[in-house]
Design a protein around this ligand. Structure first.
Ligand code: FMN
Length: 186
């Protein structure tokens, strides 16, 4: 069983990105599962807090990532870039730096996102690239899900209204899980 951890970068109750992540949990290929992790409770990064020890919520999320075969980041776009709350989480997860290799190194990541605007989250997804590169992740680029006009895509319960997009997400997840489970050296 391939286990992917999904992290939505929005705290909003009616978040499109969290709806996208929930939809993805139902569209995973056979022999795989998508577990949802929350960034709620991750404090603002503060070096003085770190000097007293890694906060429990951060330490727990780090171990959940280590136990997963891959990480799916579901990112909103703020001011054409990364949302602060999700970057703050990743920054905490990268501490202490000696742990970066264990938590991120060679780990298959993938990025998707949703926005009510016309461009999906293409600029936010692009802004993540140097971060994921710096942390040594193995980010998969075999597909792209940047949901635009998200208000037309999800119903009030957060379910997909757009069967074509649902199929696109299903194929994206199949490609990503195929990448995670590819034979070594291929
Ligand atoms: C500070 C801020 C900046 C934003 N900037 C952008 C932006 O650059 N591009 C965009 O498509 N949407 C932008 N938005 C709108 C968000 O995409 C929208 O609030 C979206 O619903 C957030 O994701 P969520 O539904 O998962 O919470 C911005 C929203 C906020 C609060």
């Amino acid at each position: 069983m391939t286990k992917v951890l999904g992290i939505s970068g929005s705290l909003r109750r009616s978040s499109y990105n969290s709806a996208l992540l929930r939809a993805a949990t139902r569209l995973m290929p056979p022999d795989s599962m998508l577990e949802v992790a929350s960034i709620r409770g991750i404090p603002l990064y503060d070096g003085d807090v770190e000097a007293q020890g890694i906060p429990a919520a951060v330490a727990q999320l780090k171990e959940t990532i280590v136990a997963a075969d891959g990480v799916l980041l579901v990112t909103p776009e703020y001011n054409n870039s990364i949302p602060g709350v999700l970057k703050n989480t990743i920054d905490w997860l990268s501490r202490p730096a000696a742990d970066i290799k264990r938590v991120f190194g060679g780990r298959p990541f993938a990025l998707i996102g949703a926005s009510p605007g016309p461009f999906g989250t293409v600029l936010s997804q692009a802004a993540w690239l140097p971060v994921l590169r710096t942390l040594g992740t193995l980010t998969w680029f075999g597909g792209r899900i940047a949901v635009s006009r998200a208000a037309n895509v999800f119903d009030e319960a957060g379910a997909f209204k757009d069967p074509a997009l649902e199929e696109q997400l299903r194929q994206f997840l199949a490609g990503y899980v195929g990448f995670i489970t590819r034979p070594p050296g291929s």
